[in-house]
Design a protein around this ligand. Structure first.
Ligand SMILES: Cc1ncc(COP(=O)(O)O)c(C=O)c1O
Length: 379
């Protein structure tokens, strides 16, 4: 296997910048760039290459499945995490006594919004509080009951980087017979996921962050046993059992998770996603997690040394790839870092430093140096 330093060479952005912003958008590899060019070439040379495009969709589905330890039949390839969430929310049934949906105060907006939109169907939406930046499991335990349909949690919080304890959350939800959904977007590609170990019902995410590719492709995992009883009303011809049947007098959804898809796949982006996923699988998410953990220990030590305040949990088991640092002027701080060719981002008053396998100790030291030089912008 190549070293992480060798993989870094595949990302031209590092020639000029310290790019440490994968929580927002991954750096662009030569492979993903070439994949986009291959799409354009196919358009020039073949025009409408539907057979190959459908094959590519199936290859992408298989790669997502491999990444999660799932079966390809359990994966829907969508156009965003929001589209995945909407497809799931459209399949929920409120005709029984379970009308409560539990989300968290750490939710990404789109995840919470998907449930609040269901209030018109009788959903009751409640939020688990955060405690020390993490999901408060005692509060979750207090809220979950036999009226609960679904518990939804982010794997990694987009604001502070906190990593959820999925097995404990699953046990609490399952003890009341509720379903569990994990929004894995800020973790997938940087935090190992194994659906067998997790044993949850739904996982959603997308491909533009730690999966290295592009906006326009999301995914959705649905536990096999749930698929046939799920009837998404957000649907379309690509969700049908036989896409070529061109049915207009009926709706016969696919027997697998494809029933959560809708229209024409995001064809150009599938090229890029295949290239991104291939590299992630080649390197291995466990190796990525270990590499980034070492960088983050160096970062946390440096932030503490210069008197900065970490907003992510300090325990390496309790945060994802992203580390957050309190600022009194988040946009000013991001701009100051950019003046030093360091690309990061911010949310909710915090600077977000999100390393990936392509980052190294020099990047971390550059960040710490720039933070020290701009201490007046740290809270
Ligand atoms: C945790 C999380 N969930 C969901 C989303 C939204 O994804 P999409 O724009 O693909 O719907 C994001 C985007 O940043 C995110 O960080």
């Amino acid at each position: 296997m190549k070293t992480m330093a060798e993989y870094r060479e595949h990302f031209p952005i590092f020639k000029n910048t310290v790019y440490i912003n994968s929580c927002s958008y991954a750096a662009l590899s030569n492979e993903v760039e070439n994949a986009f060019l291959e799409y354009l070439k196919d358009r020039h040379e073949v025009g409408a290459d539907w057979i190959n495009w459908c094959d590519r969709l199936e290859r992408v589905r298989a790669l997502f499945a491999k990444l999660l330890g799932a079966k390809a039949d359990e994966i829907a390839v969508t156009t965003s995490a929001s589209a995945s969430l909407s497809a799931i929310s459209s399949s929920l049934d409120f005709s029984g006594t379970r009308k409560k949906i539990i989300t968290t105060d750490l939710a990404f907006p789109t995840e919470a919004q998907a449930w609040h939109a269901l209030k018109k169907h009788g959903a009751e939406v409640v939020h688990v509080k955060e405690k020390n930046g993490m999901i408060d499991l005692d509060d979750l335990e207090r809220l979950v009951d036999d009226q609960t349909l679904l518990v939804a949690v982010p794997l990694v919080c987009y604001r502070n980087g906190a990593l959820a304890d999925v097995p404990s959350i699953r046990n609490i939800a399952r003890s009341a017979g509720a379903m569990i959904l994990v929004d894995a977007y800020q973790g997938v590609g940087a935090v190992p996921i194994d659906v067998e170990q997790w044993d949850v019902d739904f996982i959603v995410g997308g491909s533009l962050k730690y999966l290295l590719s592009t906006a326009g492709v999301g995914f959705l995992y649905v536990r096999e046993g749930l698929i046939e009883q799920s009837q998404p009303t957000q649907t379309g011809w690509f969700a049908q059992e036989d896409i070529h049947a061109m049915l207009i007098h009926d709706n016969i959804p696919a027997r697998n998770a494809r029933r959560f898809e809708q229209g024409t796949p995001s064809v150009p982006n599938l090229y890029a996603v295949e290239a991104g996923l291939t590299m992630i699988l080649e390197i291995g998410v466990k190796n990525i997690r270990a590499h980034v953990a070492a960088l983050n220990e160096r970062l946390k030590e440096g932030v503490n040394r210069i008197g900065g305040k970490l907003m992510s949990p300090e325990n390496p088991e309790h945060h994802g790839a992203m580390i957050t640092i309190a600022s009194n002027d988040e946009y000013g701080l991001v701009a100051k870092l950019a003046e030093n060719d360091i690309i990061a981002s911010s949310r909710d008053g915090n600077l977000r430093i999100s390393a990936h396998f392509y980052n190294n100790n020099h990047d971390i030291d550059a960040v710490i140096g720039a933070l020290e030089a701009n201490k007046s912008l740290l809270a």
